[in-house]
Design a protein around this ligand. Structure first.
Ligand code: GLY
Ligand code: MN
Ligand code: MN
Length: 454
C-alpha cells in the first residue's frame, strides 16, 4: 500500500460546530416544500491536483447545508413520507485498515448517530438500492448539470425503473431543479448561520489588521499573504473562502490578481482581498492601504471617494430597498468624485447614463455572501430587482482602478487601484457591518500602521 495524499474528509470533521437539530429542521423544510417525490443530493467529488495528490476536500454547499456531513463519496436522499425513514445517507463504510492511512470515517452507524440519518447504506451499494427509492415517485428533485458524472448515474437508475413498467412500477415523470427550494432557503441566513458568518468576518478582519501592521516597503506580497493565512488558521478557519488577492502598486488594478509574488514598493498602495471560511461560511473583505503607512495626496483623494461611495452604498442596505440601490448610490458618488478630481469632465448625470465611469469602476457593488463567496439566491424576481429582507448578507465593495496609461488621465493618478469591501447583514432595524473590525478610515489605518513601527 502506498501513501496517497487523498483528502478523506473535509477539515470540518473536527470542527462541527452546529447542532444536528438545525440540519434536521432544514431537511424538514425542504420536504414540506417538495410535497412528495424524492430529492437526491450528491456531495462534491474529490478533485485531483497532480499525480496522486488531491485538492483539500470541501463538500458541496447544498449537500453540506442539509447534512453537515463532511466526507466525500456521499449522497443524501430525502423521501417525504417514507415509512422506514425520510432521510437516507449513502456513505463510505468503515474500513479500519484504510482509516489508518487515510483518516477516520463516520461509517453507517456514525451517519445515523452523529448526522441524523434515518437510514444509512454503503455508497458501494447505491446502484442496487437507489432505483427502488425512485419507484412510484412522480417527481425527482435534483440539481441537474452540476456534477455531470452523477447526472449519468441518475439517468441510468431512472431507466432501470422505466424498464419495470410492465410489472406495474411507475417511473418518475417529472424532474424539478432542487436549486429553487434550497437556494431560497440559503439566501435568508438563520441565527445559527449568522453566528458563523460573524466569526468568519471577525477572524478575517483580524487578519487584515495583522497584514496592515506587518506590511513595510521591501516585503514581498506573499509575505503579507502569509500573515493573513496565519491569522485565518489560528482563528480556526478551515480554508480560505477564495484565493487571497494581495496586489501592490499596479497589481491592484488587476481585479483577480493572485500571483502575490511582487515586491511592495515604498510609496505604493496595497490592495488585499481575503476572507476566511468557517464551517462552510465565507467572509469576503477588501482593504487598500499605503505600503509605508502614510497616504499620499492622490492616493488619499481617490481613497476618500471610494470610502464615501461605500458608506453611501451601505446606507442603502436596509429592508425594503432593492438589490440595485446600493450600487446606484455607489456609482453616483464615484462618478461625482471622478469629476471633482478632473478625471471625468462634463456632466455627471450624463456620465452615469452613458456608463463612462466603467473605465474606472468595471464591476458591481456586491453579491450575496454565505456558504459560497458569491452565494446563491436570485437577484431579480421576474423583471424587478429583489427587495432586501432581514437575514440576507451581501458584500458592499465599490472601487476605482486607474490603470497605467489611462487615456486622457494625468499620469499622477495612474496605478492607483482601490477597493473597500465589507460584509453586511440586513437586520430588521437597518444593517450590521460584520467586518467592521477591519479599519477603513484614513486616520484609523495610519494610526494602526504606525503602532507597529512606533
Ligand atoms: N473576493 C471576490 C469578490 O470580492 O467578489
Ligand atoms: Mn466580494
Ligand atoms: Mn472580495
Amino acid at each position: 500500500m502506498s501513501i496517497r495524499f487523498a483528502p478523506e474528509s473535509a477539515r470540518f470533521w473536527h470542527n462541527a460546530r452546529m447542532d444536528p437539530k438545525f440540519f434536521a429542521k432544514r431537511r424538514q423544510e425542504v420536504m414540506q416544500q417538495m410535497g412528495g417525490g424524492v430529492a437526491i443530493l450528491p456531495t462534491a467529488p474529490v478533485r485531483p491536483r497532480n499525480r496522486d495528490v488531491h485538492y483539500l476536500y470541501r463538500p458541496d454547499s447544498d449537500f453540506y447545508y442539509l447534512t453537515h456531513f463532511p466526507e466525500p463519496e456521499a449522497v443524501a436522499v430525502l423521501v417525504p413520507g417514507r415509512a422506514h425513514g425520510e432521510y437516507i445517507l449513502f456513505c463510505r463504510d468503515r474500513h479500519p485498515e484504510k482509516e489508518i492511512w487515510e483518516g477516520r470515517r463516520a461509517g453507517l452507524d456514525g451517519a445515523r448517530e452523529h448526522y441524523g440519518a434515518d437510514d444509512a447504506f454503503p455508497i458501494d451499494d447505491i446502484d442496487e438500492i437507489l432505483p427502488g427509492l425512485l419507484e412510484n415517485r412522480e417527481k425527482v428533485f435534483y440539481s441537474m448539470g452540476r456534477y455531470p458524472d452523477f447526472d449519468t448515474h441518475l439517468m441510468n437508475w431512472v431507466n432501470e425503473v422505466r424498464g419495470k413498467a410492465r410489472n406495474g412500477v411507475n417511473a418518475p415523470g417529472e424532474f424539478v431543479d432542487l436549486h429553487h427550494i434550497v437556494h431560497e432557503m440559503r439566501l435568508i441566513k438563520r441565527p445559527e448561520e449568522i453566528k458563523l458568518m460573524k466569526r468568519a468576518a471577525k477572524v478575517s478582519a483580524a487578519a487584515h489588521r495583522r497584514a496592515m501592521q506587518a506590511c513595510k516597503p521591501g516585503m514581498m506580497e506573499y509575505e503579507v499573504e502569509a500573515e493573513l493565512l496565519y491569522e485565518f488558521r489560528k482563528g480556526g478557519s478551515e480554508y480560505t473562502a477564495y484565493p487571497p488577492i494581495v496586489g501592490g502598486g499596479a497589481n491592484a488594478c488587476v481585479l483577480h490578481y493572485n500571483e502575490n509574488n511582487a515586491e511592495l514598493k515604498n510609496g505604493d498602495m496595497l490592495l488585499i482581498d481575503a476572507g476566511a471560511e468557517i464551517d462552510g461560511y465565507a467572509a469576503d473583505i477588501t482593504r487598500t492601504f499605503p505600503v509605508n503607512g502614510k497616504f499620499k495626496g492622490e492616493q488619499k483623494a481617490v481613497y476618500e471617494i471610494v470610502l464615501a461611495a461605500q458608506l453611501a452604498a451601505i446606507e442603502q442596505v436596509r429592508v425594503g430597498k432593492h438589490w440595485n440601490e446600493p450600487h446606484e448610490a455607489a456609482v453616483r458618488v464615484l462618478t461625482q468624485g471622478l469629476k471633482d478630481l478632473g478625471i471625468l469632465k462634463g456632466d455627471v448625470a450624463g456620465h452615469i447614463e452613458q456608463g463612462d465611469y466603467k473605465r474606472f469602476y468595471m464591476h458591481r457593488t456586491g453579491h450575496w455572501l454565505g456558504m459560497d463567496v458569491h452565494d446563491v439566491g436570485d437577484y431579480k424576481l421576474g423583471e424587478a430587482w429583489r427587495e432586501l429582507e432581514a437575514g440576507m448578507v451581501l458584500t458592499v465593495e465599490p472601487g476605482l482602478y486607474i490603470a497605467e496609461g489611462s487615456k486622457d488621465v494625468d499620469a499622477r493618478w495612474w496605478n492607483i487601484g482601490i477597493r473597500i469591501e465589507d460584509d453586511v447583514l440586513v437586520t430588521r432595524e437597518g444593517n450590521e457591518v460584520l467586518s467592521r473590525e477591519a479599519p477603513k478610515a484614513v486616520d484609523e489605518i495610519e494610526a494602526l500602521m504606525k503602532e507597529k513601527s512606533g
